[in-house]
Design a protein around this ligand. Structure first.
Ligand code: ASP
Length: 440
């Protein structure tokens, strides 16, 4: 007998979680959900994050040290960066095109603005976002390059925030393994090879809990959602973001079908557990181990490509986030600062949202912090910033779930396209314990 495919199990878990959340919200059971259900979702997210650093380290070092020469790495690195930039610019352009044509800001009345302002502009969350954004802004334009280089490898590995530093260290180590005589490199290569295999097995084990964990995650999202009146007022704005994200997914599917010559439905089917986790956790970093496993084993992209393209993508390529930033910035201007809606500002949004998506951390809510920087770059009046955030706060979590799904899909698509261009897209090799494993 075949077990139900993993993505169906996860989908059922999500659906039941939403239903349970609504039932509990209607009987005032929010407290129960947050105390007794939510912790299981948190444990799952922690477990996924737990394996991110060892997985990146092992698979990147193994991937690079398997390359036959360094020029191949240069080639792949260049293609990755260029494609990531192109897809991000396309995403922002789609977002700006939609928000300027559909004008979601037009429907927002003065009463709605003041209701949102009263509820959110002085909230702790809004203040934290503004403080975080200020810290980010005070750093110089090249600070992100400085931040990428670790001064202590062990320290970098000790904090998921320093994922890019771990990547830099792993690339350096992998490249040096190529440069030393083979017999010297072999023990270390074998070690990382073995570590990689073991960590991938950990992904399998953790994923056995995924259907239950998404139940917990979605139930807690539902019970902590805002009241329906507020959500309704922002429906048009949220609709524009979701429409843009949907168009972005269509764009990826075209790339997959035209360039990688694979069926888009087959592709989505293969990577869907990673997408569903991105949706449930709102964190590309948490979904990363699963994305790597799915793209490598289920799509058939060579490890040389996934090990580099996916971790780098999770940290710097956020198409969904940048599309959202474009829409949110213009929506806010439509409501609060119509005189700022000039062409030069829209160009500036493309540039800053591109940089902001590179700088956004792959964690829930990061896109909103960087949105403040986008707004400041176009000269948005700073006294209106708390009101600007208040305007979009209520729907940020559901939109975060959707944009994170697009972020992860974008990374998976780009890695498949790059693999195809380098002749590294082979046949899937699904291992034991994975999806569809037979039950005795
Ligand atoms: N949550 C997003 C991610 O992890 C980032 C964001 O848009 O807030 O990809």
């Amino acid at each position: 007998m075949k077990k139900l495919a993993l993505h169906w199990q996860i989908l059922i878990g999500m659906l039941l979680g939403v239903i349970f959340g609504f039932i509990m919200a209607s009987v005032n059971g929010q407290d129960f959900v947050m105390k007794w259900v939510d912790p299981f979702g948190k444990i799952f997210v922690k477990l996924l994050k737990l394996i991110a650093v060892p997985l990146i380290l092992a698979s990147l070092i193994k991937g690079i040290s398997d390359l036959k020469d360094i020029s191949k790495f240069k080639n792949m690195g260049l293609r990755t960066i260029v494609l990531y930039i192109i897809t991000t610019v396309i995403a922002i352009t789609i977002g700006l095109g939609l928000v300027n044509t559909l004008k979601p800001g037009k429907g927002i009345t003065k009463e709605t603005v003041s209701m949102l302002k009263d509820k959110y502009s002085t909230s702790d969350q809004a203040q934290t976002i503004l403080i975080n954004a200020k810290q980010q802004k005070e750093a110089g334009p090249l600070q992100f390059l400085v931040d990428m280089v670790p001064d202590n490898a062990i320290y970098a590995m000790g904090n998921n925030k320093f994922m890019l530093q771990v990547i830099v260290f792993a690339i350096l180590l992998g490249l040096c393994l190529l440069l030393v005589p083979e017999e010297k490199a072999k023990p270390l290569k074998d070690f990382f090879d073995s570590l990689n295999e073991v960590v991938l097995k950990m992904v399998d084990i953790i994923m056995l809990f995924a259907p239950y964990a998404v139940f917990a995650l979605l139930a807690s999202v539902v019970v902590s959602a805002d009241d329906p009146d507020i959500l309704l007022a922002l429906l048009k704005y949220a609709g524009v973001v979701v429409l843009g994200l949907f168009l972005m997914i269509c764009f990826y599917m075209i790339l997959i079908s035209v360039y990688a010559k694979k069926s888009p439905f087959w592709f989505i089917n293969r990577i869907s557990p990673a997408q569903l986790l991105a949706f449930s956790t709102s964190s590309s970093a948490a979904a990363l181990p699963v994305t790597m496993e799915r793209v490598e084993e289920h799509v058939g992209v060579d490890k040389e490509v996934t090990s580099f393209v996916l971790p780098v993508g999770a940290t710097i390529n956020m198409d969904g986030t940048s599309l959202y930033q474009g829409v949110a910035a213009v929506f806010i201007m439509q409501v609060l600062w119509p005189e700022g809606l000039v062409f030069s500002n829209q160009l500036m949004i493309i540039l800053t949202a591109l940089l902001a998506s590179i700088g956004s951390a792959a964690v829930p809510g990061a896109g909103m912090v960087m949105l403040v920087i986008v707004l400041e770059a176009i000269g948005f009046p700073s006294d209106l910033l708390p009101i600007a955030l208040a305007l979009i706060f209520a729907v940020d979590r559901p939109l975060d779930m959707c944009r994170t799904t697009v972020n992860v899909t974008g990374d998976a698509t780009v890695s498949t396209v790059i693999a195809k261009s380098l002749g590294k897209l082979g046949e899937p090799h699904i291992k034991n314990w994975d999806d569809n494993y037979p039950v005795k």
